[in-house]
Write a protein that binds this ligand. Sequence first.
Ligand code: SSN
Length: 466
Amino acid sequence: MSIESTNPATGDVVDSFEETTDEEQDDHLERATETFEEWSDTPIETRQRLLARAADVLRENEATYAELMTEEMGKPIGQAHDEVEKCAWVCDYYAETAAEHLQDEVIASDESARTVVAYQPLGPVLAIMPWNFPFWQVFRFAAPTLAAGNVGLLKHASNVPGCARAIEAVFERAGFPEGAFTSLLISSSEIDAVIEDDRISAVTITGSDGAGRSVAETAGSQLKKNVLELGGSDPFVVLEDAPMEQTVETAVQARLINNGQSCIAAKRFIVVDEVYDEFVDRFTEAMDEQVVGDPMDEETDIGPQAREDLMADLHEQVQETVDQGGEIELGGEPMDRDGAFYPPTVITDVPENAPADREELFGPVATVFRVPDEAAAIEKANDTRFGLGASVWTENVERGERVARQFESGLAFVNELVKSDPRLPFGGVKDSGYGRELSRHGIREFVNTKTIWVQQDAGEETEMVE
Ligand SMILES: O=CCCC(=O)O
């Protein structure tokens, strides 16, 4: 069987790859287990050095990797370049900090006993990754996981097989041992069997909450550690004292980044009554100014949706919302051209429980809600089953921080775009999942946090303490 990748801007086949056979999969799992024995014993400084080398390989081949991403899933080329650079950054970050994050913690040390917490790798970790940031999501997992002494296996989204292979090659070229990072070109129906395999120690998924539930169920039945990085319906709260020009500019960017296909894109714009009309007018105008077109063109702001079927799902959510009373201010229909192009869309008057209120809209569609005041804005922001990111816009930073602390989310930003950063923990609450990626929190997800107690005075007579 072969897997084809298709350019969503043109419908042309980009490339075709042979699926991993059962026999090859078994060999990869065996090799991963063997490599783990050697890799986990390799000094962390060596592992860090190879990660720094992976950053070099990424930078040396930035244009090739960026073009591959854009061809396979339609990301604007400028953003694809930024993504490669961000992958190099996360490799550099752990190349510099892994040892510090994982160094033993001495809890007590005296004549009678020494107690230490040590962080030891778990084994082969399976990563199930999505197509939206086809390099970044993988490196965000791989850099800390490999630095900690684990080995990684990747089941990437089926529309980005070229990216999956290219990432595997980055680690090979950087000098990682064979089996340290392997890409399995398998279908989703085979994931459960891999998670259940005794040679897999843990699993992480970035994807929809439905996929997360299924992975967690299988991993849970095997008592395997899992990290779930799932969807979001991030609120973007605009208070009456928001700096309007900067707020509108960032609102557009926050909604449209990656053609609107980001888990931390702002999806629900919640605006207090006093500035609602001004915000809707300025935001709609700015959304309308965005250039939709060929993602390979540097001038393009928004390329195609990653697949035709995903665009059809998005449009169904929009139509259902309109049928229930939502008002289209801009866009709202697939574009009349070849490729999976959906225009920037703004919907107001969204009724409670309409798809655009309750579900994640993974595309360039913004919903704007009118609320009377700050308290109602916070209530609306939290009135969702998701809890990934959130932001608030106000001239008063103390007020902003007070509001940010009340968001039910894993990430809360004041007067700034919600974004991931290697130095900061990334993850959600509620249906957005659990566990954290990045920073020292991320590198400690796939380790055995081991208590070591060394009794120093063994053999000496000790007084019993009740
Ligand atoms: O899709 C979610 C991840 C986006 C990011 O890390 O910037």
